[in-house]
Design a protein around this ligand. Sequence first.
Ligand SMILES: C[S@@+](CC[C@H](N)C(=O)[O-])C[C@H]1O[C@@H](n2cnc3c(N)ncnc32)[C@H](O)[C@@H]1O
Length: 238
Amino acid sequence: MTAVNRYATSWESFWGSTTGTAGEVFWDADPIHASRQDLALFRDYFNPRLPLIDLGCGNGTQTRFLANHFTVVIGTEIAPAAVELATTTNGAANITYRLFDVLRPDDAQRLHDKIGDANLYIRAVLHQLSPADQATAVQSIERLLGATGTLYFIELSSAAEPYFARLIQQYGPPPGLARVFQHQITPGMLRENAINSLFPPERFAILGTGPSQIRTVHTLPTGDVVEVPAFYAILRRQ
Ligand SMILES: C[S@@+](CC[C@H](N)C(=O)[O-])C[C@H]1O[C@@H](n2cnc3c(N)ncnc32)[C@H](O)[C@@H]1O
């Protein structure tokens, strides 16, 4: 089975069995605590006349929030079940959801030929790709951005691994995280220091980067909501 099929199969299985029960989608935080914090960071860099692609949009929770702030929004997903879920639960007149595998740069080129340069919002997608697949994803990203689009991503950082280890040791695995493993999804990370090799300076300009958190839907016995160490970056093509 190729790597591409591995992602498609496990994510289709994950989204196809999602019922809407509270807590089952670990990262599905209210946008007030998720994409709103991101928007404050990237808003001034995004040309509002370009379409915004929420790449790997999942069930569309963050996509719908973003559609309140941008005129044309496209949510893209590898899993047909996610496209269906997003369409039925997070539809809006200015959002189109569509199938798209970020590991197919030719498809990215075809989408760019159709819609032109786009801004990209990517939350918690790149970290779960293998390092080789992250490099392929960057080829797609490059094509989608074109000359004028801007990329914002937020991904788990290297501090996420020890954070999860401590969390599981102290409280056991959160049910939402256990569900990820049940579907053979391999959580990974994007090391902060990999950014320059993944987005080489001769091809990309880094406009901003810094530490952040990915809010989850899991509340600890202490009353704290789990927020996994992450980092963000804002980039444009050179
Ligand atoms: C952790 S979820 C994050 C979903 C969404 N961005 C959010 O923050 O709610 C990762 C998403 O990436 C999607 N995905 C995984 N591999 C992909 C690929 N190769 N191309 C496009 N989407 C992919 C999955 O189906 C999943 O919905």
